[in-house]
Design a protein around this ligand. Structure first.
Ligand code: ZN
Length: 249
């Protein structure tokens, strides 16, 4: 199984070129890779960008020519990406896998909270309009920390290990990681996913405290903590990149 969320990008030099097509200009990140044998063009959903990897010895002009030849394809792929969703009144954000309608309550007490309503769950935000987006983001991060701390504590207790701390990040390349010192890092966006997905990532990273690799021993421990590993991985593969569109400006 390929674990995209933990793979570090290989060290390579990156330049950016611009490609024009039917009145649009697309930025294409150019990466030279010693081991690449051909030109590979990718539109990445999570980061909403375009990456062209080329063999180390290929010329910049050949890369530019290649990108220009595929400009229409780039435009079509970018247009097909799900649109970014701002944390603004009237938009919806998932929380623990359930869509919540963001509602501004300028005169209410408090900061941000969830509420049940006939039309479905609400995420309510008090205060002035310019602060709504940040307050939603802060609220989701707080909820993420709470869920992750609880899940990590539960899994760590089962293994009898002690994580050295928990940090929230917002990276598009990985959902979680565990340092050799036992520090755990997670994407706060896991709180947008169904709770079982967050729980799986917590189990996965806690299991790394015992095994700093993806050996059969590691998977044995992970599956003991969280039996539906394959299901959670499949969910992330299918829907993970879509979580990155929420809270975009
Ligand atoms: Zn791992």
């Amino acid at each position: 199984m390929l674990r995209l969320f933990e793979r570090r990008p290989p060290a390579a030099s990156v330049t950016e070129i611009e490609v024009a097509h039917s009145g649009e200009v697309y930025k294409v990140a150019l990466k030279r890779l010693a081991k690449s044998r051909r030109f590979t063009l990718r539109v990445r959903a999570a980061s909403r960008d375009v990456l062209l990897t080329i063999p180390a010895r290929s010329s910049l002009s050949s890369a530019r020519e290649f990108a220009e030849r595929h400009a229409a394809w780039i435009g079509a792929r970018l247009a097909r990406l799900p649109k970014p969703v701002a944390f603004a009144p009237g938009s919806r954000t998932p929380l623990r896998g359930v869509d919540h309608l963001i509602v501004h309550r300028p005169d209410a007490r408090g900061v941000a909270w969830t509420e049940a309503a006939p039309e479905g769950p609400l995420l309510c935000v008090a205060g002035d309009a310019p602060h709504v987006s940040r307050r939603v983001a802060d609220f989701l991060r707080r909820e993420a920390r709470r869920d992750l701390e609880a899940a990590v504590a539960r899994h760590a207790a089962r293994l009898g290990v002690q994580p050295k701390g928990l940090t929230l990040r917002d990276t598009s390349s990985r959902w979680g990681s565990c340092s050799t010192e036992g520090r755990l890092n997670f994407s706060w966006r896991l709180v947008l996913a169904p709770p079982s997905v967050l729980d799986y990532l917590a189990a996965h990273e806690v299991a790394h405290i015992l095994h700093m690799n993806h050996s059969p021993m590691f998977w044995k421990v992970t599956n003991r903590l969280f039996p539906e590993t394959d299901k959670a991985e499949a969910w992330l593969k299918a829907h993970g990149s879509g979580l990155h569109r929420f809270g975009a400006d």
